[in-house]
Design a protein around this ligand. Structure first.
Ligand code: SAH
Length: 217
């Protein structure tokens, strides 16, 4: 079956049927060719309902999990979004379809470089890239940003991401898997009137967030 048809079925069966309803998120999933982000070896499994290996012991997340995280953020066209854990760049592309600017950080140079070249090839011009420890946020890199409307962390953190929360604007939202190295809970933090509100959204499994405000390597 053509990838395009597989993509439509994935959106229907894995996202719409399970209650994903944000039309911006649905349209982004219908548009971005996931097969270009998946390694040759796993190509035939591109649109399956689970994560896949992308090399360097990392994974491309399950489509449904990504959709849940994106929907929880209530993304707006004017948003500046910080993404921690570029990986293969699939989520970066989905975000770039919806929001005004995406700032993405990946600690493994090999992954960052291949994501960057693919996203340039696909002519996204609203993405800024950084190789380094994203657990400390967008620091010591240009362009400097005064604060982010939304932050998405695609790796599991041992605790509350205080350094990232400092970079969240008033009214902003941050989504992060938080827990042990092998099992986490999806948490949404919201900054309201200077306070941080926390909401839990069920269990999940992500690769560990490695860095200063994450796990040791
Ligand atoms: N959104 C990606 C998810 C990749 S898996 C995708 O769907 O392809 C999570 C990624 O987070 C891995 O590539 C891993 O190397 C990266 N990562 C882990 N800790 C990090 C850190 N402190 N800073 C930046 N990236 C990190």
């Amino acid at each position: 079956m053509r990838f395009e048809d597989q993509r439509d079925i994935m959106v229907q069966e894995q996202l719409l049927a399970r209650g994903i309803s944000d039309i911006k998120v649905i349209n982004a999933f219908l548009k971005v060719p996931r097969e270009l982000f998946v390694t040759e070896k796993w190509l035939e499994f591109t649109y399956m309902d689970h994560p896949l290996q992308i090399g360097c012991e990392q994974t491309i997340s399950q489509p449904y999990m990504v959709a849940v995280m994106m929907e929880l953020l209530e993304l707006q066209a004017t948003d500046k979004v910080l993404e921690i854990g570029t990986g293969c760049g699939y989520v970066t592309a989905l975000l770039a379809e919806i929001v005004s600017e995406v700032f993405t950080i990946e600690r493994i140079e090999e992954l960052l470089l291949s994501a960057k070249s693919l996203l340039k090839e696909l002519e996204y011009n609203n993405i800024y890239f950084k190789c380094g420890d994203g657990s400390v946020g967008w620091v010591n890199v240009l362009p400097s940003v005064s604060g982010f409307d939304k932050i998405i962390v695609s790796a599991g953190s041992p605790g509350r991401p205080d350094l990232l929360l400092k970079q969240l604007k008033e009214g902003g939202k941050l989504v992060i898997p938080q827990g042990t190295r092998s099992f986490q809970e999806l948490i949404v933090y919201e900054k309201k009137n200077g306070n941080i509100i926390e909401n839990k959204h069920g269990g999940c499994v992500f690769v560990p967030l490695i860095g200063k405000d994450g796990w040791d390597d």
